[in-house]
Design a protein around this ligand. Structure first.
Ligand SMILES: [Zn+2]
Length: 368
């Protein structure tokens, strides 16, 4: 768009220039444009390409887009050598990414999920990757020499980056929910790490200053401090970044006044607004366009296959269950400006949540 505008401006300028100067000195300027395609040709070609990308022709019966379907928000904790309840081995984490990739899942940011900005090719499904607790094994620096940092290839960030490099169509999107103290362990690298994550397009979320259990908390001051401390610290280090997503430790919520999570002393220094609040376990969550989608109560799926802990609700269970149609899976129509759904899901769409997007419905034929 910008380049087209610029081209048009250049053309207008040229015409005015030619009229005003009578062509005499314009040879050089004209030759710049002549050296490429003629302006008229390049505009029409650009328009054509834009049209093609904005309005893809998709076969509804083949792709079966369903943007009222559900999305897995995966919950990871540690990456380590022994598979445990809250530890995934590097190889198993790589296996998860490989499986997701092959099954047509692509990571989107948690922010894009809650805001319904889902920009994937037709037929692909969004998945959100999250890490809790800010452990060192999520982001470990092995060494630093002259400003060059070597990231541990076996830590979560190293594995994600390596997978993304090998599969550029698997975006580098993940949210790391950190606590107070020194997120990711190494104090000397803290500034670098936090800034690096944001520069790479990943996100930092809030997991409370002390891994606080909100269950029996009725004191708003404690809640405020728990949330504000982490937000202030990260935002001091990463200038211009906003920490506005919260992961509840133990999935705990205070019994009273849940609105405390949303706004506190608005307009004052310590005010905050969490646009997304994620819980713990056990299932995929609703489409962001759904009537009952609640960004302050987002369910997650445990990224583990240890059945003694996940009991049929782990990442591989849900990949299968979504595939079997036990729950409807979010399948993209390839057009971020449209929300495409089978006719039968029409009632589930909240017109307020879809904003300026256009709703497209179609009749899904039985496929046997
Ligand atoms: Zn935690």
């Amino acid at each position: 768009m910008i380049s087209k505008k610029l081209l048009i401006n250049i053309l207008i300028f040229l015409v005015l220039f030619l009229v005003l100067t009578g062509c005499s000195k314009s040879k050089e300027t004209i030759s710049i444009i002549d050296s490429e395609e003629t302006p008229a040709e390049s505009i029409s070609q650009k328009e054509k390409t834009e049209e093609e990308t904005v309005k893809p022709d998709i076969d509804y019966q083949k792709i079966k887009p369903n943007e009222a379907g559900q999305v897995m928000i995966l919950m990871y904790h540690s990456i380590g050598n022994e598979e445990k309840e809250f530890t995934r081995t590097p190889d198993n984490f790589r296996m998860d990414l490989e499986k997701l990739y092959k099954m047509g899942y692509r990571p989107i940011s948690l922010k894009d999920y809650v805001e319904g900005n889902i920009n994937l090719e037709a037929g692909l499904s969004p998945v959100v990757i999250t890490f809790d607790d800010g452990n060192k094994n999520q982001f470990n620096i092995i060494s630093e020499e002259g400003g060059t940092y070597t990231i541990d290839p076996e830590c979560a960030v190293g594995i994600l980056m390596d997978f993304h490099n090998q599969h550029p169509d698997f975006p580098l999107e993940a949210t790391f929910f950190v606590n107070g103290g020194v997120p990711f362990g190494q104090k000397e690298y803290l500034d670098y790490k936090l800034n690096f994550l944001i520069e790479q397009g990943m996100d930092i979320g809030n997991h409370t200053a002390t891994h606080f259990d909100f269950t029996n908390c009725t004191d708003s001051k404690s809640i405020e401090n728990e949330i504000w401390t982490v937000k202030e610290k990260v935002e001091d280090i990463v200038r211009g970044y906003k920490v506005e997503m919260l992961s509840l430790p133990y999935g705990s919520k205070p019994k009273k006044d849940e609105s405390l999570f949303q706004y506190i002393v608005e307009g004052k220094d310590h005010s905050y607004h969490n646009i997304a609040i994620v819980e713990v376990g056990w299932d995929p969550y609703k489409s962001p366009y759904s009537v009952d989608f609640d960004p302050t109560g987002i369910h997650r799926v445990r990224a583990s296959d240890l059945q003694e802990y996940v009991k049929g609700t782990g990442i591989y269970d849900w990949i299968d269950r979504l595939e079997n149609g036990e729950r409807s899976k979010f399948i993209s129509d390839g057009d971020p400006d449209k929300v495409t759904i089978p006719e039968e899901y029409k009632e589930q769409i909240d017109l307020e949540k879809i904003g300026d997007r256009e709703v497209v419905t179609y009749i899904l034929e039985d496929s046997e």
